[in-house]
Design a protein around this ligand. Structure first.
Ligand code: ADP
Ligand code: MG
Ligand code: MG
Length: 252
């Protein structure tokens, strides 16, 4: 079992404090969701975990199995088993989707145990079939000319191919129609195992109808104000964030 711990995390962007002491512990085998209004720091949390250079950690710790993640460079974090699917994946010309994924898989493997081309292709075919993706998408340059829905599906394909220990999925559901949402959910559910944990960041309860979280956190104004089970997401859908604000007497 692996554990990802975020302890009293404070993060600033350009001297403005965005995260004000976030605490979160996730174990493999669990799917967590973070919900919260726009602008509360959800993407800031995922960026800080992955080591985005614009986000400055001013206080607190991030530990992966006790190892100091904040000391690691971005590629080391990925090799250590962290994966971030972003809201707006970037386009990279000159490297195909398949090349990217094979390199990412091999980066996590020892020199004498790289994935063979045959095994890679077989795995890719299997995963693309689960996600209803046309074969040619593997040979296209990474995210170049992909539609919004294709990019999201491709993020899930990368997730399934790279098999990280922990994945952070930042608004993977935004802009998806219902069919694409079901496909994305199928991919996430297929990843569920004792060796995998996910943190799903979302505005909407909709995705959580298809991927049932074990733990739901509500973030407001840079901190986690409430944690519960899947029923908390349903309650947010029914009451909006106002219900939580009223209950906790929050003026934010
Ligand atoms: P969420 O993902 O919950 O919508 P974000 O983490 O994206 O929230 O943003 C949190 C806050 O940080 C917002 O107030 C936003 O305006 C601010 N912010 C985000 N990115 C930047 C940036 N590059 N420069 C300055 N402020 C930013
Ligand atoms: Mg946002
Ligand atoms: Mg965001």
């Amino acid at each position: 079992m692996s554990v990802l711990e975020v302890k009293n995390l404070h993060v600033s962007i350009e001297d403005k404090e965005i995260l004000k002491g976030v605490n979160l512990t996730m174990k493999t085998g669990e799917i967590h969701a973070i919900m919260g209004p726009n602008g509360t720091g959800k993407s800031t949390l995922s960026a800080a975990i992955m080591g985005h250079p614009s986000y400055t950690v001013t206080e607190g710790e991030i530990l992966l199995d006790g190892q100091d993640v904040l000391e690691m460079a971005v590629d080391e974090r990925a090799r250590a088993g962290l994966f971030l699917a972003v809201q707006y994946p970037s386009e990279i010309a000159g490297i195909t989707n398949a090349e990217f994924m094979r390199a990412a898989i091999n980066a996590r493997k020892p020199e004498d145990d790289k994935i063979s081309v045959m095994n890679f292709i077989k795995k890719l075919d299997d995963k693309m079939a689960v996600l209803d993706m046309p074969e040619e998408m593997a040979e296209r340059y990474l995210n170049e000319g992909f539609s919004g829905g294709e990019k999201k599906r491709n993020e899930i394909l990368q997730l399934m191919m790279i098999e990280p220990t922990f994945a952070i999925l930042d608004e993977i559901d935004s802009g998806l129609d219902i069919d694409a949402l079901k496909v994305v959910s199928k991919g996430v559910n297929a990843m569920r195992s004792e060796n995998f944990g996910a943190l799903i960041i979302t505005h909407y309860q909709r995705l959580l109808n298809y991927v049932t979280p074990d733990v739901v956190h509500v973030m407001m104004n840079g901190i986690i104000v409430k944690t519960g089970g899947a029923e908390l997401a349903k309650r947010l859908e029914a009451e909006g964030y106002k219900g939580i604000r009223d209950e906790l007497g929050l003026d934010i």
